[in-house]
Design a protein around this ligand. Structure first.
Ligand code: SAM
Length: 297
């Protein structure tokens, strides 16, 4: 009688995860945001949010021990999983094996064109349970995936999720909300309790679904102007926009010029940054860029 191969360890089982870590002498590091999902329902919810039809390739960032990589491999046409930690790479090879293309890489440095090529441009679905310590820079890297993806499902601290999805006029609204929502429609999928992870983090998380807005609302050559305009507007969020823009070294304009720029864009200079929507910021960015072309510094 032929013997069946033993099934691979299940990273969603706390007991099997601990046993795996023990065998590999692995201790989770807070500096790398190493807290692992141990709830199968949440893993399935993440994959379901990406709405696979079975034909789309998946990219996973920070695959860890493979809690989401397995369910992802069941749903996607293929999976590329990146992870920075060499011990977790060895663990992934055990839990996921050949069901995913596993790569040791740093999300902050990886060259997207090199990794993803051009064949499936616009079709990738990305899943990332982002390490807390690098949420900001990692998010910026994810926005660079705009042209490759048609869905991004990310898990971040709940408080960060609220900021990313914040509507105009709400207190959680900030520069990052504007910059992300300019390129993506951002929807909250679910809150995830801290008890769904091991080791248990200090705060709850949330899952967000990001869908790229096409055509690209802002030409890439205006990205850096937008960044300066947003930074200037939110640097002094209690100030009126006229005062905030004039006070910012990012724009170097007088109050008179700030007010006339805003009025040219149909924006009342006594409003505050958090009240503006994406289209306001688009007009303002275009006006600043046009002004700077007329009068180079
Ligand atoms: N996806 C797994 C899960 O849900 O259980 C692990 C999530 S854990 C919050 C974040 C993972 O990202 C860790 O495995 C960590 O080693 C990895 N990581 C941290 N910094 C990274 C980086 N710069 N590039 C790629 N992966 C990174």
């Amino acid at each position: 009688m032929s013997q069946q191969a033993p099934s691979p360890p299940d990273p969603l089982s706390p007991a099997q995860l601990r046993e795996l870590f023990h065998r590999h002498q692995f201790r989770p590091r807070r500096s790398l945001g190493q807290t692992f999902l141990i709830d199968g329902n949440i893993a399935r919810k993440i994959v379901a949010a990406a709405e696979f039809t079975g034909r789309e390739p998946a990219l996973e960032i920070g695959a860890g021990a493979g809690a989401v990589t397995g369910p992802l491999a069941d749903a996607a046409s293929r999976v590329v999983a990146i992870e920075i930690d060499p011990t977790l790479i060895a663990i992934l090879r055990q839990t996921v094996g050949r069901r995913a293309h596993i790569l040791q890489a740093d999300v902050l440095n990886v060259d997207w064109a090199d990794l993803l090529g051009s064949q499936d441009k616009g079709r990738w679905r990305v899943v990332a349970n982002l390490p807390y310590a690098i949420t900001g820079p990692a998010l910026l890297r994810l926005t660079e995936l705009w042209e490759w993806v048609d869905r991004l499902v990310i898990m971040v601290q709940d408080e960060v999720a609220q900021r990313l999805a914040a509507s105009p006029g709400t207190r959680a609204r900030g520069g990052i909300s504007v910059r992300l929502q300019l390129l993506f429609d951002v929807a909250r999928v679910a809150r995830v309790a801290r008890t769904c992870f091991w080791p248990r983090p200090r705060v709850d998380s949330a899952i967000l679904l990001l869908k790229p807005r096409r055509p690209r609302p802002l030409p890439p050559e205006l990205d850096s102007t937008l960044r300066r305009v947003v930074r200037a507007a939110f640097a002094a969020r209690r100030k009126t926009l006229g005062n905030a823009l004039a006070a910012s070294p990012d724009l170097a304009i007088s109050k008179h010029d700030a007010i006339s720029l805003l009025s040219h864009c149909g924006i009342d200079h006594t409003r505050r940054a958090e009240e503006l929507d994406e289209t306001d910021f688009l007009r303002l960015t275009a006006a600043v860029a046009a002004r700077e072309q007329e009068r180079p510094a």
